[in-house]
Design a protein around this ligand. Structure first.
Ligand code: IMP
Ligand code: MG
Length: 176
């Protein structure tokens, strides 16, 4: 049975996602020419974005994942980060690009940047599919942004609400 659509509104279609991810890939390819780039996908939300983005990057890249969560319940950030899986690649002297689904309060990104501080990486930057600054608490620069979205709780294309909707091919706003 298909998931009913009456609880959500389409925000970013799969075609728009594909086009923007391609543009981001081209920009990253240009900016990291000749650099030892390592993509670190932030699980679970960024699994789909990471797999599309890495195919849009025409460079020899390393790919790894780290798993962190900040959400106490389905739609509210707890403000405390829990890491349940660390990255394994050696990032010594590499250029790390953190690939995130959404930067919301920014607390996760501050934590991750700190986590990579002693990794020996020569740079750590952020690529976020969505930058949602309505509830921003931490001062964080997002180096590559797919879409700026003012507000709302978003699902699809990897984003979940209580582990639902991740497999939707487009991004939707949940109706309140
Ligand atoms: P932050 O620490 O508040 O920036 O939280 C970022 C994390 O919260 C993201 O990695 C997402 O997994 C999750 N998140 C934030 N906003 C949403 C949303 O609208 N839908 C689904 N997950 C979200
Ligand atoms: Mg996440």
């Amino acid at each position: 049975m298909q998931q009913a659509e009456d609880d959500r509104t389409l925000l970013i279609s799969s075609e728009t996602l594909r086009d923007r991810v391609c543009e981001l890939g081209k920009q990253i390819t240009k900016d990291y020419q000749g650099a030892p780039l390592v993509l670190i996908g932030i699980l679970n939300g960024a699994f789909m974005f990471t797999s599309d983005l890495c195919r849009a990057i025409d460079l020899d890249v390393g790919i790894d994942f780290i798993r962190v969560a900040s959400y106490g319940d389905a739609t509210k950030s707890s403000g405390t980060i829990r890491m349940s899986m660390d990255y394994r690649l050696n990032v010594q002297d590499k250029d790390v690009l953190l690939v995130e689904d959404i930067v919301d309060t920014g607390i996760t990104m501050v934590w991750l940047k700190e986590h990579f501080r002693n990794s020996g990486a020569r740079s750590v930057k952020i690529c976020a599919l969505i930058n949602k600054d309505e509830r921003r608490k931490a001062d964080i620069d997002v180096d590559y942004t797919g879409f700026d979205i003012a507000q709302g709780f978003l699902v699809g294309y990897g984003l979940d609400c209580g582990e639902r909707y991740r497999n939707l091919p487009a991004v939707y706003a949940l109706r309140p």
